[in-house]
Design a protein around this ligand. Structure first.
Ligand code: PGA
Length: 270
């Protein structure tokens, strides 16, 4: 009789790894309409069915959150927002607060996506404020980090990740880290069709886990889900997701088609 891989391993390493359930999140960015958002969410809900071996979330644009909340209510698909402002309420025209996101049914929020860092010049200190505000509102936070192509070419990947982690995780205790997910998203791989190789992803994830261990505590870092993001597709997902420190995927383009997104979800089950 074939034994479960966990039973075959004597050490604690693989057991630890198997405790981290894969988590696949779809970042719809500034795409969809009210109708197509609802259809996309329905497609994901139907395709996922009662599957619970992998965690799944969809993250529509702000205007469609409430509508999608109705579609995913009572299902295994979680709802996330793509951004928040680090205050509960007040004179911040055009912004959306973490308690508002909770109010309309969100369970999680991205913070520090590279598009926000680059286009909107968000700093690590500002991102750290958002992390704390979102956690205070009881949202799960997906904190995104990653280097640009120039930084990688200049051999600065670890320096950049170190700076982003140190700044964005300021005053994050091991207890707070339990409500966080990290997403390693090399900027050069986002929306380019060029994904990091499984080994490049694994190296970066191992570095991130080690550094988070130093910052927030070793055991919290061992349980931390670290997603990979950047041109994840159904045909490259399995190779990325089988790396020991790659615990899921943050999916942009391929999350806009239910069959592609579900293909990536299925790759997380194997
Ligand atoms: P992509 O985007 O999958 O389209 O590369 C990923 C992301 O930005 O989260």
């Amino acid at each position: 009789m074939l034994r479960h891989p966990d039973e075959m391993s004597g050490g604690i390493g693989p057991r630890n790894l198997s405790m981290r359930k894969k988590f696949i999140a779809g970042n719809w960015k500034m795409n969809t309409s009210s109708i197509s958002a609802e259809m996309l969410a329905s497609g994901v809900v139907k395709g996922l069915g009662s599957e619970t071996r992998v965690d799944v979330a969809v993250c529509p644009p702000f205007p469609f959150l409430a509508r999608v909340a109705q579609v995913v209510k009572g299902t295994h698909v979680a709802l996330g927002a793509q951004n928040c402002y680090p205050k509960d309420e007040g004179a911040f025209t055009g912004e959306v607060s973490p308690p508002m996101l909770v109010d309309i049914g969100c369970q999680l929020v991205f913070v520090g996506h590279s598009e926000r860092r680059q286009i909107f010049k968000e700093t690590d200190a500002f991102i750290n404020n958002k992390v704390h505000a979102a956690l205070k509102a009881k949202l799960k936070v997906i904190l995104c980090i990653g280097e640009t192509l120039d930084e990688r070419k200049a051999n600065l990947t670890e320096t950049v990740l170190d700076t982003q982690l140190t700044g964005s995780l300021a005053n994050i205790t091991s207890a707070l880290l339990k409500n966080m997910v990290l997403a390693y998203e090399p900027v050069w791989a986002i929306g380019t069709g060029v994904n990091a190789t499984p080994l490049q992803a694994q190296d970066a994830h191992a570095f991130v886990r080690n550094r988070v261990g130093q910052l927030c505590g070793e055991s919290a870092a061992q349980s931390l889900i670290i997603q990979y993001g950047g041109s994840v597709k159904p045909d490259n997902a399995a190779d990325l997701l089988c790396q020991p420190d790659v615990d899921g995927a943050l999916v942009g383009g391929a999350s806009l088609r239910p069959e592609d997104f579900l293909g990536i979800v299925r790759a997380g089950i194997r």
